[in-house]
Design a protein around this ligand. Structure first.
Ligand code: ATR
Length: 289
């Protein structure tokens, strides 16, 4: 890596940031492209406004935003593109003359990951587990992509109901049904695309799945977990044990980063480059491949 007077800086703001894999994505892409760019993590404990304004003053090219600032950062931006405004969460800041514009690359990242893995949404019965920030973005994606029916399963029904109402307000022709997660047996028969968006099963809680009943998994054709630590979650194991196909969230992480890099640098990352970066991410995470 050669750092000189023309090196551009990008980075990640959040708390915590220590376990991020994003530097492997962006520094990897900069290396493959030969761009004079460095990506670094910035732990922001408070002072979010100063962090955003300070980054702009320091000519920082772009920032990713992670927990807990994806919504609270919006008030410090010049604006948010329609998709980010719709889901109320921003994970990428793109530099403009007078400040940063907010983008959401999580949702298009998940879509590109699913497309690359041959998973389709159109016309499918989609079961979304969870109604937090991540699950909410997934619900908007599935509605936009023309899911046949969306079932939103959550421990607290009010949250599922609130997300369902918001999605229905934007996409009135897609049926969205909130269901208490304990009542998953109320789901109709057939085969589902199930997307796991709760925090259950996240390292170190690796043995837990939000639904454990094999009868539920018998209906899962494709299971998509947004978690990527561990690499194979308890949810994924259950999907596979029932004969379904399962994916983790690492490709979503890859593509949200790639789309952010494309926005910052005005490039279009090829699938060959994406595959190379994915290998580096696996290595970074200590996954034996
Ligand atoms: P994120 O932004 O990552 O989506 P979040 O907004 O905190 O995180 O959402 C966490 C999700 O995991 C929620 O859907 C939460 O359910 P509640 O809305 O009922 O809290 C779900 N969740 C967390 N722990 C859970 C548990 N032990 N059982 C069932 N659902 C759980």
């Amino acid at each position: 890596m050669h750092i000189d007077g023309r090196t551009r800086l990008c980075g990640l703001i959040g708390n915590p940031v220590e376990h991020t894999v994003s530097p492997a994505i962006h520094n990897g892409l900069a290396e493959l492209y030969g761009h004079n760019l460095v990506y670094a993590p910035f732990l922001v404990k408070d002072s979010l406004r100063q962090a955003v304004e300070g980054a702009h003053a320091l000519n920082v090219l772009g920032l990713n935003v992670t927990v807990p600032y994806k919504s609270s950062v919006i008030k410090y931006l010049t604006g948010a593109e329609p998709l980010a405004a719709q889901i109320g969460a921003v994970n990428t800041l793109v530099r403009t003359a007078h400040g940063y514009e907010g983008h959401n690359t999580d949702m298009p990242g998940l879509f590109r990951a699913m497309t690359s893995e041959g998973v389709t949404i159109r016309g499918e019965q989609v079961v979304i587990l969870g109604a937090g920030g991540a699950a909410r973005a997934v619900a908007f994606l599935c509605a936009r992509e023309g899911a046949g029916h969306i079932y939103l399963l959550n421990r607290s029904l009010e949250k599922a109901e609130a997300v369902a109402a918001e999605v229905a307000a934007h996409y009135c022709d897609i049926p969205v049904t909130p269901v208490p997660i304990a009542e998953y047996e109320r789901l109709p028969g057939g085969k589902y695309l199930a997307i796991q968006g709760t925090s259950v099963g996240l390292y170190p809680d690796v043995e837990s799945a939000v639904i454990t009943d094999a009868a539920f998994y018998a209906h899962v054709k494709t299971g998509y977990d947004l978690i990527y630590r561990p690499f194979e979650t308890a949810f994924m194991k259950r999907v596979r044990a029932a004969g379904g196909t399962a994916f983790n969230g690492l490709k979503m992480l890859l593509y949200q980063g790639i789309i952010a890099y494309e926005l910052w640098n005005g490039v279009s990352v090829s699938e060959r480059m994406a595959a190379e970066i994915y290998l580096r991410m696996e290595k970074e995470m200590g996954i034996d491949v």
